[in-house]
Design a protein around this ligand. Structure first.
Ligand code: NAP
Length: 325
């Protein structure tokens, strides 16, 4: 009998078809995983899960007694309770590295479109309002030669710094748990404490993982430390920011604008006040959403899954203590 695999939420078609040749794989998409009978029955016998946002907590894992591996098609793994998976001897994997350039491209696009108000101006042209010389109330603000503060100088943070420094002549300030001599050498980046970074940056870009330490990292106190002209960008996870404080900070002029790819609730609630604000550019969590990169991520995730199912060590294993060699 073929081993059972769950493709959770999304899996690129070529990868799904490849797995289908040898496994009994089923895609579950847009379901309530705690109450969907068909899903829960299949989960009972499933040995591997591949996909995005599978909520691997103790309650869900109780319903998956045969599970050997959970393979995230993402670098972030805040959906996985790693302690619980490790305790149960279940391998957890993610897809670091293959998406860095794509996410960094998006972050630069978000920075430019927020600073230069591109979505607003797109609406202006398409609404037929461009009937004469552009009034200066529509001007944006420069990106080049400004100070960019990156919170989280990891793989993606470094790719953002590279683009900003070499492409836009920006001065790079950064904050992470540990200094990064390599980034200092390559981009002349300056390591600062969080408060100093917030006070000095023209653009603040948040790109840390969501952990217990970073949950709510940026709230009202932090917005008040930023310049009133600052543009804040969140490409990490929604819950690294206190969203109600962000809304207040934008209303009160603590900061000038925000570019957001992520939200506390996704898909974002249509009544979220952020969606009504002209100085906020919103994207639907598209950091890695290109054909090329999503395929690379799915291929790496499948490699990890197959290794886990076949007693081999996955390439990008999050909890190596589970690996018994
Ligand atoms: P990474 O290489 O592990 O880098 C993470 C960076 O965050 C590291 O520099 C780390 O500092 C820093 N950091 C962690 N905890 C911190 C804290 N408490 N305070 C300050 N800095 C902290 O990860 P990555 O591959 O760049 O990915 C980062 C995150 O981006 C992912 O986890 C995911 O949530 C998010 N992401 C979003 C999208 C999207 O679609 N918007 C796409 C991909 C990824 P140290 O090096 O000093 O430990």
């Amino acid at each position: 009998m073929k081993k059972k695999i769950i493709a959770y939420e999304r899996l690129e078609q070529p990868v799904f078809e490849e797995l289908q040749r040898e496994y009994d794989i089923r895609l579950f998409h847009g379901i309530d995983p705690r109450n969907n009978r068909e899903f829960l029955d299949f989960l009972q016998e499933t040995e591997g899960v591949i996909g995005i946002r599978f909520p691997a907590d103790s309650d869900m894992l109780d319903k998956a007694p045969n599970l050997k591996v959970v393979s995230n098609v993402s670098v972030g793994y805040n959906n996985l309770d790693i302690e619980e998976l490790t305790k149960r001897g279940i391998l957890a994997t993610n897809t670091p590295g293959v998406l860095d350039d794509t996410v960094a491209d998006m972050a630069m696009g978000l920075m430019l479109s927020t600073a230069r108000r591109m979505p607003e101006l797109d609406g202006y042209v398409k609404a037929g309002k461009w009937t004469g010389t552009l009034p200066n109330e529509w001007y944006g603000t420069d990106v080049h030669h400004k100070k960019l503060g990156i919170i989280g100088m990891g793989r993606i943070g470094t790719a953002i710094a590279q683009r900003a420094h070499f492409g836009f002549n920006m001065d790079i300030l950064y904050h992470s748990r540990t200094p990064k001599p390599d980034a200092e050498e390559r981009f002349g980046a300056t390591y600062l404490g969080l408060d100093d970074l917030l006070a000095q940056s023209d653009f603040v870009c948040l790109i840390t993982p969501l952990t217990e330490e970073t949950r709510g990292l940026i709230g009202m106190r932090e917005f008040q430390l930023m310049k009133p002209s600052a543009i804040f960008l969140n490409v990490s996870r929604g819950s690294t920011v206190v969203e109600t404080d962000l809304i207040e900070a934008l209303k009160n002029g603590e900061i000038a604008a925000a570019g957001l790819d992520v939200y506390i609730q996704e898909p974002v609630d249509p009544s979220n006040e952020l969606l009504q604000m002209k100085n906020v550019v919103t994207l639907p969590h598209i950091g890695s959403s290109t054909f090329e990169t999503e395929l690379k991520m799915a291929e790496l995730a499948a490699k990890n899954l197959l290794a886990g199912l076949n007693g081999e060590k996955p390439v990008t294993l999050i909890n190596p203590e589970v690996w018994k060699g």
